[in-house]
Design a binder for this molecule. Structure first.
Ligand SMILES: *[C@@H]1O[C@H](CO)[C@@H](O)[C@H](O)[C@H]1NC(C)=O
Ligand SMILES: *[C@@H]1O[C@H](CO)[C@@H](O)[C@H](O)[C@H]1NC(C)=O
Ligand SMILES: *[C@@H]1O[C@H](CO)[C@@H](O)[C@H](O)[C@H]1NC(C)=O
Ligand SMILES: *[C@@H]1O[C@H](CO)[C@@H](O)[C@H](O)[C@H]1NC(C)=O
Ligand SMILES: *[C@@H]1O[C@H](CO)[C@@H](O)[C@H](O)[C@H]1NC(C)=O
Ligand SMILES: *[C@@H]1O[C@H](CO)[C@@H](O)[C@H](O)[C@H]1NC(C)=O
Length: 468
């Protein structure tokens, strides 16, 4: 009896150390103009955020893929970063031919910068369900570890695709809530119930408006970036994939905006350049803390920091641009976008102990409060406040005992829109406290969550999958 439980505990912690990795979906098709230096810069930024690897999304038939994949591997080897392929069966000129997939995996699978799981080259997809059985051959010829996103089939359908036994794990594209609702975990639970490890998606936002692709809708972002990490801490999936590093067209990039990578704003038929002056870098500020908490159950707070985000145009102020809340292309009920995206300023802070938050718009104080507190005083705080009809400069400040901890003076909220078109993208800003950084108050924030039954359950599944 004692022997069994000790063994089990050993197994659980060993699994935890082996799994628990965080990736970011990287659209290779936006990187035509990348040089070795650009690649290294993006990888260094991702490493600073504690991201383990990029999932290189590749559409078939893009003439820049071979060159950019080679450069990416060269850069990854040079900075000590990891990569794997995410074959996009819908984003290119057609589905990936089996032989081309095998060629890529055999060319790069043994590269030391290729992300491996159980010693096998890890590989994913965006859709490609019609090619499910091709992966029997691909796996036997490349020894890959296969974790596709076959969300169109649902969790159970993806698990059983091609007669079953094909996937080694599953990734879900279900990263956004439907309708005027906050995110829930129902879809995630359907994946966690299966007998293969789960790659859970985490995304901060979604707005796309590209006439060339007949895309013009949004899903609720709002508090999603905070809420999702709380869910990840609790559900403890085997891996997390952030959607995305650089998908500018869908506004869920957390990487830097690169002027020579956003041609979609002109060639994609966007009626407004919804990327310009809309940095999302602040969303990475929370990641070391969020990722370490997911991986280790605790994190070191090196310094206190604040992140804030909001849409710069109140929803009623300008034309919607025909943007719908949710999309008929996925069979969803449509809502006016103003019902889905709230007129709120959102803020998250990593704090050493309780502090108060103040939000002013055009000098008018809005009565902001926290909706979530760090557990035990230290940790991640989050809230959002309605700004009503206020317009002007936005200032978010976190203060403690009369002293400013961190403040962000952000983009103004304005009811004047270029061409009367509302920009449904988010402006994101962040700042850190230098007083805590100066004194180098490193503080270990202890494991924040009790181990629940599902937590243990999914660990046992990992063990099962790894060792059977
Ligand atoms: C998952 O959903 C259930 C049911 O809504 C809820 O009780 C639970 O708190 C959720 N867990 C997370 C991490 O959101
Ligand atoms: C790459 O640079 C060229 C030349 O400036 C430009 O025409 C093209 O749109 C850029 N590609 C992307 C993806 O932005
Ligand atoms: C936060 O504000 C309340 C109400 O003004 C005040 O009593 C409290 O001391 C403040 N807390 C901190 C940490 O500054
Ligand atoms: C960050 O905080 C410093 C010090 O309060 C301030 O001078 C600076 O403007 C802030 N940065 C932003 C983006 O608000
Ligand atoms: C802290 O220092 C950094 C780098 O010098 C600066 O960018 C930032 O604005 C400072 N923040 C505060 C709150 O003073
Ligand atoms: C944090 O997690 C690590 C790895 O699981 C563990 O070694 C360490 O003791 C933990 N620290 C605290 C303060 O809980």
């Amino acid at each position: 009896m004692h022997f069994t439980s000790i063994l089990l505990l050993g197994l659980l912690s060993a699994n935890h150390a082996l799994g628990a990795a965080v990736f970011a979906h990287f659209i290779l098709g936006n990187a035509w103009n990348y040089t070795l230096a650009t690649w290294k810069e993006d990888m260094t930024l991702a490493q600073a955020a504690h991201i383990d690897a990029f999932a290189l999304n590749m559409g078939y038939g893009d003439s820049s893929t071979a060159t950019q994949a080679a450069l990416a591997f060269e850069a990854a080897n040079s900075v000590g970063f990891k990569l794997f392929f995410s074959f996009d069966y819908e984003g290119g000129t057609g589905a990936w031919p089996q032989a081309d997939v095998i060629t890529y995996l055999n060319k790069y699978g043994s590269n030391s910068a290729h992300y491996k799981y159980n010693g096998k080259p890890f590989v994913s997809t965006f859709e490609g369900t019609a090619a499910a059985t091709e992966w029997i051959t691909i796996k036997s010829e490349t020894n890959c570890f296969f974790v596709p996103d076959w969300s169109s089939l649902g969790a159970e359908g993806a698990y059983k695709a091609g007669g079953g036994g094909i996937v080694d794990g599953l990734f879900s594209w279900g990263a956004w809530p439907s309708g005027p609702n906050n995110m829930d975990n129902a879809t995630d639970l359907t994946y966690l119930d299966l007998d293969v490890p789960y790659m859970m998606p985490a995304s901060p936002w979604f707005y796309t408006n590209l006439a060339e692709y007949s895309k013009n809708w949004l899903w609720r972002g709002d508090s999603l970036w905070h809420d999702r990490w709380e869910m990840i801490w609790e559900l403890q999936p085997e891996w997390v994939e952030i959607i995305t590093w650089n998908d500018y067209g869908e506004s869920h990039y957390i990487g830097p905006i690169r002027e020579d990578a956003i041609s979609l704003m002109t060639t994609g038929g966007a009626p407004l350049n919804y990327i310009e002056n809309m940095p999302h870098d602040g969303w990475r500020e929370l990641l070391p803390f969020a990722i370490d908490t997911y991986v280790n159950g605790n994190a070191t707070l090196d310094y206190e920091g604040l992140v804030t985000w909001y849409r710069p145009n109140p929803s009623e102020a300008c034309g919607t641009g025909g943007t719908t809340g949710n999309t008929a292309s996925e069979g969803q009920t449509l809502y006016p976008p103003a019902e889905v995206a709230q007129n709120k300023i959102f803020y998250s802070a990593m704090l050493d102990s309780h502090a108060n938050v103040t939000v002013t718009v055009g000098g008018q104080s809005l009565g902001a409060t926290w909706e979530h507190l760090g557990r035990g005083g230290a940790g991640l705080y989050h809230g959002g406040v309605e700004y009503g009809s206020a317009t002007g400069k936005v200032v978010v400040t976190v203060h403690r005992d009369g002293e400013t901890v961190a403040t962000v003076a952000g983009e103004s909220i304005t009811a004047t829109c270029t061409d009367d078109l509302s920009n449904w993208n988010a402006w994101v800003g962040s700042n850190v406290s230098n007083s805590t950084r100066k004194t180098n108050t490193r503080r270990d924030v202890p494991a924040s969550l009790p181990v629940k039954s599902r937590h243990a359950h999914s660990h046992l599944h990992r063990g099962h999958n790894r060792f059977h």
